[in-house]
Ligand binder design. Structure first.
Ligand SMILES: NC(=O)c1ccc[n+]([C@@H]2O[C@H](COP(=O)([O-])OP(=O)(O)OC[C@H]3O[C@@H](n4cnc5c(N)ncnc54)[C@H](O)[C@@H]3O)[C@@H](O)[C@H]2O)c1
Length: 340
């Protein structure tokens, strides 16, 4: 049951103040975008340097508390500080403690960080539906920010239908008519309630980001981590092929090029193994998302990536030894020249 008095909800009087929490690789472009769209934009980060950059380079004001914001966007890291391949939501939960103490009733919390299935509902319980909670994950890609930046088609899910409605107002300026509260209806009803709804553009101030609403917050959470698991799988297959080629004395480059001449085949380059703080962590989030059935194919892919990394490490060490040997030989031959 909602504890929100909807008439008090900030949006009905217009969204004004937005705070972006976590101003790292993702949060900073988010804050810049929100500001460009004309919102009164604040930032908050435990890292003073990150806050300073946002403030001095982009005019993002520093939030000292969360008590006056209409929207709170969460972009904090969700990996272990000492191991970027392992998921950890401690930072997010500690931010939530502060939000639940300070934020005004009726505000919208949007979790944009990548999270394991079930996290949004935990957050929702913490705020006891005094605030709305949506999950609007990113498909942001640093190397192609112009086409794959903040403003591209994104998924959005709400913990309840009123949360989703407020989220859509903010992101897309769209009002949807849901026949049922998604939190109380069956899967089938929820699916049909979303497909049968009408979408209307509102007059309100929005981020103008095209959003694809889904009927449950879990679908939004899973969509993000499965997108990245899918990519992980594609790279792991390329890694396995590279190992196969090496074991069988076949040119991987030639094989890959010939395979990719077919219209529905795209074998990726394995490069140095699957890195960064998104693909390995998000894949683990998905593998661990169920106690009863775990993806066997992804568990195998994780093993393949380990084998491939081992191969790369040995190859590079081998190269170093060869280089050292060559340098040694050169030095020896130079010294033998000197003493001739
Ligand atoms: N960078 C990407 O390409 C990308 C793309 C899609 C999704 N994501 C997701 O977005 C989230 C953030 O990623 P990122 O790349 O910006 O990480 P990042 O490490 O670059 O930045 C995270 C920021 O959060 C801050 N932070 C951590 N704990 C905090 C706390 N308790 N309070 C306030 N600030 C805190 C850190 O100081 C840091 O500045 C992750 O969940 C990531 O998976 C990232």
């Amino acid at each position: 049951m909602s504890n929100i008095n909807n008439t008090k909800f900030g949006f009905l009087g217009g969204i004004d103040k937005v705070v972006v929490i976590g101003l790292g690789q993702l949060g900073l472009p988010v804050a810049k975008y929100v500001k460009e769209k004309g919102f009164d934009t604040y930032g908050y980060d435990i890292n003073e340097k990150a806050m300073e950059v946002a403030q001095s380079n982009y005019g993002i004001k520093q939030a000292s508390n969360f008590n006056d914001f209409d929207v709170l966007i969460i972009c904090v890291s969700t990996h272990r500080p000492d191991d970027m391949f392992s998921p950890q939501i401690d930072s997010l939960l500690s931010v939530m403690e502060k939000i639940s103490r300070e934020a005004k009733t009726g505000a919208l919390i949007s979790i944009e960080s990548t999270i394991p299935k079930g996290t949004s509902k935990k957050v929702f319980e913490k705020v006891d539906h005094r605030l709305h909670v949506v999950h609007a994950p990113h498909r942001w890609y640093a190397l192609e920010e112009n086409i794959h930046g903040v403003n591209q088609l994104r998924i959005i899910g709400g913990v309840s239908s009123c949360c989703l409605q407020h989220g859509l107002n903010f992101y897309d300026g769209v009002e949807i008519r849901l026949s049922n509260d998604s939190s109380s209806s069956s899967n089938k009803e929820r699916d049909s309630s979303l497909t049968s709804t009408s979408h209307m553009k509102t007059e309100g101030h929005s981020l103008q980001i095209p959003m694809h609403p889904v009927s449950s917050i879990e679908v939004a959470e899973l969509t993000k981590i499965i997108e990245n698991s899918h990519r992980y799988l594609q790279i792991a297959f390329a890694e396995e092929l590279a190992l196969y080629c090496r074991a069988n004395n076949i040119s991987f480059t030639e094989l890959r090029h010939s395979l990719n001449t077919k219209w529905n085949v795209e074998i990726l380059e394995p490069r140095d193994g699957i890195g960064g703080h998104c693909l390995p962590k998000d894949t683990k989030m998905f593998v661990n998302s169920s106690n009863t059935i775990k993806s066997k194919i992804l568990q195998a892919a994780i093993e393949i990536d380990e084998d491939y990394r081992e191969y790369i490490k040995n190859r590079d060490n081998g190269d170093k030894i060869v280089q050292l040997k060559n340098t040694d030989d050169k030095q020896k031959s130079q010294s033998s020249l000197l003493f001739q």
